[in-house]
Ligand binder design. Sequence first.
Ligand code: MLT
Length: 245
Amino acid sequence: MKLFVYHTPELTPTDKVPECAIAVDVLRATTTMATVLAAGGEAIQVFSDLDQLIKVSEAWPTEKRLRAGERGGAKVPGFDLGNSPLDCTPELVQGRRLFISTTNGTRALQRVQDAKVVLASAFTNRAAVVQYLLEQQPETVWIVGSGWEGSFSLEDTACAGAIAHSVVQQTHLSLDELAGNDEVISAIALYSQWQDNLLGLFHLASHGKRLLRLDCLEDLKYCAQTDILDVLPMQQEPGVLKKHK
Ligand code: MLT
């Protein structure tokens, strides 16, 4: 297995695809997706375009769908939900499909949607993702951070580092054998420095600050928890993720 980390969708190669791609948007899209599937949601369907989301979800029975729209961290007016994982209770999401469009997270998923296997990870479900990698041993793994409108995000690269760090710890392979690019080493270094204070890291991160200005401290606290959800969101068809386990 060779791991590659790409900090943003824009830095991700366009001329090839890996055997397994992992999209990461810790604050908050992939945390929300893992939460919805763990709480019994039927599936997640992602869109970059809000009008397209409305059009496609119209064909779905009202009681079986939820529309989530986020721009700039805030809920899009007229949508059922924004992008807070804390709103996704079992009572609300059970048996329903979440149609979602967010500023960056959905773009990261769409960027890697042609890979053989596409997973969504956050800190909350890191262990489930690592377990899949250890069991399946894909030859090439890309971990793609969502960033913010093309820029690096501390929290996504730290989560990429958390995944890589755990793979290194649980295999007999050296870092030199596992790392496919320099970004893997820097992601592990970032995670290693902050693993005991992820909430502190989020307070320094530009999107963490944006969410704090929007009064989302509880979201940050939730997203900073590691390995609390035993759920593996996996793409079933382009743009649609379901619970693999
Ligand atoms: C995104 O896709 O950029 C984020 O998930 C934004 C957010 O915090 O809602």
